[in-house]
Design a protein around this ligand. Sequence first.
Ligand code: ZN
Length: 358
Amino acid sequence: MPAHNPASLSEDLTVNTTNDSTKDVTNAPTDKANDGSTIHDTDDSSGMRKRMRSDEFIERVRKRMWKELDDDADVPNLEYTEQNPIQRSRSRVREHMERASALFFVELAPSSTARGARCQFVDCDKRIKEGDYRIAVVPGMNNVYQSPGNCFEKLVDFWKIEYIKRLQALTRATVFARGLKLSSMTCGNHLLDGGAERLVLYWIDSMRRLIAQRDGTEQTLMDPKLRDLLNRAGSASFKHEKPDGMTDFEYFKLFGLLATIESDGIEDKEEWNLIDQFVPLSFDKLEDLNETDSLSSMLRTWNLAQVLVCTEEGRLTDGGKRLRAEVDEKAARAIRRLGSIPMPDFQSALFDRYYSRR
Ligand SMILES: [Zn+2]
């Protein structure tokens, strides 16, 4: 189970951060290698054939997922007349999104060159370093945007269903649609840590619920057992019950590693709750739909918490030490647990592939 090493977003809280020039570049794969596109293949020919078959399988899953997108939403005509560069970028993203059925993945930047990839937003010169959160537009544009940073949020309208339905958390469930090579996936590249996964999925779900309320469209109601599992796992009073159709693999992940609540036991009257701690909105009024920068602020705060808890105290600045002192033991335990990256169930994926070929 890889651990997410919180990245440079909170450099002002740490001292002696890793000097890029001293990084062991001999062990650091390139950007391209992490996207799986130019990995030097030292396998024999049978290994290569296996890899190709795995990639075909991934491609099939990816196509099926895109097909499931509902592209019948009422989409206004594109306007190409704007001169404002941000407006032009918005139009380009929209055009690309519709033509290529693009998805927007919130993910972790993989290990890369020392300087990191540049955020593609027209007005931004930030570099996205390993371990930063980012949003990748897939397929086609080869564009990544730093998040937190509110860059991508300026190019899309997440208060509209045609945009929010394309927003995905990159997790063990969606990684097969991301277009990565199997060899890259097995390293856990790009996958969100558990806390970011739960927060991003909660954010998307809450926005979709409010959009459905506003537009008077039908809401897909969540299975009560699943809702309970997502909201109450980890609480000492929670009685586990597996939702129908869920695999044991996923069930154990959700009530173990990914549990929303951290408890000190049945006597604990102040259980720690990830959603309460890090989601900045209550999502109980339509106005919350306008606060799309809350996605960035939520990830920023979550990343900050991980930096405080996971950084050796000697490397924290005085300000960082003061903030760290405010994090109690239970919260620190929860943040460390949720900072792990849950890996995909490769065994089941390959098992399915075997039977789909018979
Ligand atoms: Zn940016």
